[in-house]
Design a protein around this ligand. Structure first.
Ligand code: C2E
Ligand code: MG
Ligand code: MG
Ligand code: MG
Length: 278
């Protein structure tokens, strides 16, 4: 199946709505080639500390630049990859790129953290945490430069195994955060028993918080409860100055969103940083 997979533009979109179709196999089959032929890239989106207004780190977000189909966002292929065994090589690729980037920032004297996203399946066996340990050593990167984002659903299928793997990640000094918080079913009390340092409140609550009293109440109480449990809070999806200011007054710790910057290719990061900090 490595040979000549001539995907049609529509197949990607159709397949997303029918995850069991043969087309899904086409997409995931093409992923191996995408990795080998360097069609995958990471874009970087900054995170800003609300107390200091400084950029302290970035999140790496995957994109697929397909030779025929062009730019493919993660929502059009990651869900399908997650249903296949290709999720391991894809995550391993992201992990190595991320650690290499940390090493480059360290060599450039930049004090930045870099976050990557894990899939539920990545917590189902030890491979990624084994690779993490090997790659941190290989590139001589401190675990503290790296952050791993997991979603609440990842913890549900096999909580004991997942929490054992999270403990290993934590022992390597890598920070763990809960992504899209508020969209799943886990309680903060449960999360508090895991070695998680940060909650990222889902953008869907943030975007409407000035118009929807309900959303604002959810945001406000999540911040308070998280702080009382000793967790940091990041707000995703901050698109305006008004929301930025409101989160600041609610004592949210940091923000991420189009108001600060959209995810950008690595070539743009240096100039953007210099411009933002001045
Ligand atoms: P996520 O990890 O929750 O990432 C946040 C998504 O929101 C990103 O979409 C980002 O571009 C978008 N976003 C950020 N700020 C704003 C804003 O102010 N307004 C709006 N409307 N959107 C904003 P993206 O890059 O398309 O990624 C979508 C999802 O794909 C990610 O959600 C994550 O779940 C998944 N993903 C991305 N990269 C990877 C990866 O390397 N591995 C895995 N397993 N999943 C990934
Ligand atoms: Mg994320
Ligand atoms: Mg998120
Ligand atoms: Mg999200």
């Amino acid at each position: 199946y490595h040979a000549k997979n001539n995907m049609k533009a529509v197949s990607i979109y159709d397949a997303e709505y029918d995850p069991n179709s043969a087309k899904r196999l086409t997409v995931t089959g093409a992923l191996g080639r995408a990795i080998r032929e360097e069609q995958l890239v990471l874009f970087y989106q900054p995170k800003v500390d609300l107390k200091t207004h400084r950029v302290y780190g970035f999140e790496a977000l995957i994109r697929w630049i397909h030779p025929e189909l062009g730019f493919i966002p993660p929502s059009d292929f990651v869900p399908m990859v997650e249903l296949s065994s290709w999720i391991y090589p894809m995550t391993l690729w992201v992990l190595e790129q991320t650690i290499k980037q940390c090493a480059m920032w360290r060599d450039a004297g930049l004090d930045l953290t870099l976050a990557m996203n894990l899939s539920p399946r990545n917590l189902a066996d030890d491979r990624i945490v084994n690779d993490l340990e090997v790659l941190l050593k290989k590139y001589n990167v401190r675990g503290g430069m790296l952050e791993m984002e997991i979603t609440e659903s990842m913890l549900m299928s096999d909580p004991n195994r997942a929490s054992r793997i999270l403990e290993r990640i934590n022992k390597l000094g890598v920070r763990l955060s809960i992504d899209d918080f508020g969209t799943g079913y886990s309680s903060l009390a449960y999360l508090k028993r895991l070695p998680v340092k940060t909650l990222k409140i889902d953008g869907s609550f943030i975007m409407n918080m000035l118009e929807s009293e309900q959303d604002e109440i959810i945001v406000k109480s999540t911040i308070h409860l998280a702080h009382n449990l000793g967790l940091d809070v990041v707000a995703e999806g901050v698109e305006t100055l008004e929301v930025y200011d409101r989160l600041n007054s609610l004592e949210c710790d940091s923000v991420q969103g189009y108001y600060i910057a959209k995810p950008m290719p690595i070539e743009s990061v240096g100039a953007w940083l210099a411009d933002y900090q001045s």
